[in-house]
Every structure is written in structure tokens, then in C-alpha cells.
Ligand binder design. Sequence first.
Ligand SMILES: [Fe+2]
Ligand SMILES: [Fe+2]
Length: 255
Amino acid sequence: MKGQQQALDRGSILIKMLQVLANCEMAATRLLAPLLSLPEISFQDSNDLALIISDEARHGWLCRQKLLEIGGEAALPHAAAIEFLQPPNNLIKAFNRPLKTLADGVAFTAVMDLSADFLIGNFLDPQLRKLAKQLLADESRHIGFGWTRIPKSYLESPSQTEDLLAEWVELALDNFGRDYSRFDRLKLEYGLTRYPVARVKRSFAASVWGKIRKASEEASRITGEKVVILHPVVLNPYLKEFPAIRKRSAAVASA
Ligand SMILES: [Fe+2]
Ligand SMILES: [Fe+2]
């Protein structure tokens, strides 16, 4: 209740985590759906995006089933999406950023789905692990949708691709929440997650950097010239936070 310190035990933390997850899944369907109406969308992109949207709706439904099993409730899909998509309830910044172009959708799936993979993959509780397994089976395809298109997207529009990647990396890092919140400590204490948020964030950033390097190699292969997608300078604020990545990015910059 507002203004009151809510008692948090293992069960209520589990319910809260699943409610947030259910809302994120539903918000993702609402964000991605308008891309299907883009006049320039290809048959292949249309097919792949429609599958992703269908997956996210199923993920929301699976979260709801799990919530019912453990005595929690999920908001109706549309209400849940609104909670994240519209102020003043837009608690997660990333879900208040509309997707307007296919390039947006590519950066979103590349980065945000990857962040989902790290968050969900971090679940430790046996009930959550079972659910996570079902969701992660699809997330790798969603991540692939984004990253396989990044080299082409970069070659067509380098600055737009870099700007979008930089923006979504920032939004995705924010998506992890504060590193040392009470909620995070309780999740660890109750065995609901494997690692502290700071560690998951670090692994996520390292993974993003690895994928950017791979995409750069693919673009270099296509053009026959050395391509560095998202120069380390763009990622500096995050690289400072993650020394291991800074070291590797310096090596790329001087190569
Ligand atoms: Fe999902
Ligand atoms: Fe996804």
C-alpha cells in the first residue's frame, strides 16, 4: 500500500518478479506490433517479426499461468502493457520508447532481448528455472533477428545504426535496475536469482560488446574493408563502468 513499508517475503518477491516479467512481455508485443504496418517491410521481416510478437504474447501468458499456480495475479494484457508504456506508470524507460522503424526493431531485439536473456537466465528458483527455460528457447531467436541484421543495417545507414545501438544499450542497462537495491539483496538471499544485478549487468555489457565486434567483422567481410561498428567512444560511459570491456575496446580501436 502507498506510503507503507510493504513486507517482502520470498513468496511476495517471487510474485512481484513474475508480475514485472509478465508486464514486460506484454509491453514488448505492443511495442513491436506497429512495425508490421510499415510500408517497406519485407515478407521475411514481416514473418519473423510476427513470430516474435506471438512469442512475447505467449511468454506473457506463461508468466500468468505461473502466477496463478503460486497464488499471484497478473493484470489483463492490455492493462499490463499500459502500465509500462504510458506515464506516469512507465517505470521501465525502455518500454516508453516507441519503435517507429525497422532499424528500431532490429536494435530493440538485438539489445533488449539480449538483456531479457541475461535477466531470465539468472533465475535460480526451480519454479522460475522451468519457466525461464520455456522463454529462453525463443529469446535466442529474437536476439538472432536483431544481430543478423545489424551488419546490413550498419552498411545502409552507419550513423543511424550506431545511434540506435548506443541508445538501446543505455536503455537496456537501465532495465536491470539499481545494482544494490534491497529487492536485489532479497532476491539473492531467498535464492531466486543467481548473481547480484551488478554482475549480470557486467556480463550483459560484455556480451553486447562481443556481438558488436562480430557484427563489425561481418560488415568488414561484406565490404572488404575494416569496419568498426559503434566506435568505443560511443560506449565510453558504459565501458568506464565495465573495465574488462574498456580493455578489449581499446584493442579494437588501435587495431
Ligand atoms: Fe519474451
Ligand atoms: Fe523476446
